[in-house]
Ligand binder design. Structure first.
Ligand code: ATP
Length: 505
């Protein structure tokens, strides 16, 4: 890392307000060339807002930003911002139907050229990818890339515009262990070439693995910047939360009060299948039980969750809740049968952004909030208030549109909504994705309590922390259950099962 060179980015005294909300209150951040710098904080601390300011998306109300010692471009001068900084989001920013080469040179086909030379374009793409050591065929359609390959292409594209600072917003969210290893290798290699990274993540172990420095924001303020080697994990969490943790994660399988194996199951599936995604599956989840469906991206575990919730129609087989058959592919019937669902992607399936927290939280309970199908605003608000309190949602109040909530707080609204009907079976797909360490504990506690109250829960995830709450875990690989674990599993054996180690492919 070059200490003498001007910082890749330096922000000082940055203030940003959204109406009455102060999202950033005079914060600072310095990232040096060749550094991988983590920015951490609880949901709503201001991380995404800072990224918005640093990438020219938000105009700060006060403060200064410099790149390589030069003042940031004027607000709105998109081309100039592109040559300073780029953000690789969880959501793909490439056009899926175009090839890698076309995506790399999108909107900048050769100036003055009257036609596009596809051969030249491909050659230029090859050279560009080779320059950053990215092994991807420029003729591949973007949709066929693995997630980390798509990220490499986005990074190479940003670097080719001249940017020397790349923001990575939860980049590992959709990657399996091997993908993460490949991504981190590539980032280290580029760091060696002087590229700086700002890494936003709720996975603190990844911060320790990848980053050299860490900055913590809490409630819109800067609280700490230090080399990662000088901050222990407990101190980092304490800086984020403003309090000392009470101890290790409280949430774990029921243990001694293990679910009664003779009780009638709450959820039963028989030969449930979805061709191409998962093979016939017989499940029995008993009262008091949390069942984990562990598996990496293509394992089929998410598809099982979607089928249970009625989001997808099964190819065959049945689902029953307390003996009642659930109509295949019907969300209303799944809800009526008592299945509550926390989807993985709150953007596509979860929320109506312009509606309020209260309305979003009660979308599935409208029929319970007033007599004869009327929705009483007072009851909606009352329900929303209790949800805001119990899930610790950071919001101005029940009337605030969810579009004004931070990502993690939006996820909590999705969770609150799934709980609103007091479900017999809670199906939660990666319920703690994007949620801060403290809220994670609270959410897993909520899942545990659903089961402890005599209902059942199914947790679909590849996150070991999510799976610790389970009494039993089935590991899926390529659509098949390859292993079953009671609550005493070790990280190594579960990860191995999820990766299909020992399986013949
Ligand atoms: N467009 C907006 N309108 C109103 N308020 C907003 C808007 N964007 C963010 N906020 C508010 O600004 C604060 C900071 O939000 P921000 O998204 O920066 O948090 P974050 O640290 O990125 O959280 P997370 O970890 O959940 O992604 C929050 O209180 C949020 O509600």
């Amino acid at each position: 890392m070059d200490q003498a060179a001007p910082p890749a980015v330096q922000a000082e005294g940055v203030v940003k307000r959204f109406g009455p909300t102060v999202a950033l209150d005079g914060v600072k951040l310095t990232v040096r060339p060749g550094e991988s710098h983590a920015l951490v904080g609880r949901n709503g601390a201001g991380k995404s807002t800072l990224v918005g300011v640093l990438t020219g998306l938000h105009k700060a109300d006060a403060g200064t930003v410099t790149f390589g010692g030069e003042p940031a471009p004027a607000f709105g001068d998109t081309t100039a911002w592109q040559s300073r900084v780029a953000c690789v989001y969880q959501k793909s920013m490439v056009v899926p139907d175009l090839t890698v080469a076309e995506n790399l040179f999108l909107n900048r086909f050769e100036e003055n050229a009257r036609w596009i030379s596809w051969g030249r374009l491909r050659k230029r793409a090859e050279r560009l990818l080779a320059a950053y050591g990215v092994e991807v065929d420029p003729n591949t359609r973007a949709r066929d890339l693995a997630v980390e390959q798509r990220q490499f292409v986005e990074i190479a594209r940003a670097l080719s515009f001249g940017a020397r600072l790349i923001v990575l917003d939860e980049p590992t969210a959709q990657l399996d262990a091997r993908g993460i290893a490949r991504l981190f290798d590539k980032l280290r290699e580029l760091q060696g070439q002087g590229v700086a990274f700002l890494f936003i993540s709720h996975h603190l172990q990844e911060v320790y693995e990848l980053c050299t420095a860490v900055t913590v924001y809490r409630d819109a303020r800067h609280v700490l910047t230090a080399p990662v080697t000088e901050v222990a994990k407990e101190d980092l969490v304490a800086a984020m939360t403003g309090e000392r943790a009470a101890g290790a994660t409280a949430w774990h399988a029921a243990g001694e009060t293990a679910p009664d194996a003779t009780a009638e199951p709450v959820l039963t599936t028989e030969q449930l299948s979805l061709p191409g995604r998962f093979e016939p599956l017989d499940l029995q989840v008993r009262p008091g039980e949390v069942l984990g469906l562990a598996g990496a991206a293509a394992s089929g575990n998410t598809a099982v969750g979607e089928v249970l919730a009625g989001m997808r129609k099964a190819g065959g087989g049945t689902v029953r809740v307390r003996g009642r058959a659930v109509r295949a592919g019907s969300v209303p019937d799944a809800l009526a049968a008592g299945i509550g669902y926390i989807p993985e992607d709150r953007h596509d399936q979860g929320l109506v952004p312009e509606r309020s927290v209260a309305e979003n939280a009660t979308l599935t309970v409208a029929d319970q909030l007033g007599p004869w199908g009327t929705v009483l605003p007072s009851r909606t608000r009352q329900f929303a208030r209790s949800m805001i309190a119990s899930l610790d949602i950071k919001t101005q109040g029940p009337e605030q549109p969810v579009s004004g909530l931070s990502g993690g707080n939006q996820q909590k609204v999705v969770v609150g909504r799934a709980l609103a009907r007091d479900p017999s079976v809670l199906v939660a797909v990666r319920p703690t994705a994007g949620v801060d360490v403290k809220s994670k504990d609270a959410l897993l506690g909520v899942v545990r309590r659903v089961a402890d109250a005599g209902n059942a829960a199914v947790v679909v995830s590849d996150e070991l922390d999510d799976l610790r709450v389970c009494d039993r875990v089935l590991a899926l690989f390529h659509g098949r259950v390859v292993a079953t674990f009671d609550s005493g599993w070790t990280d190594g054996e579960l990860v191995a099962a999820m990766e299909g180690v020992g399986e013949r492919e």
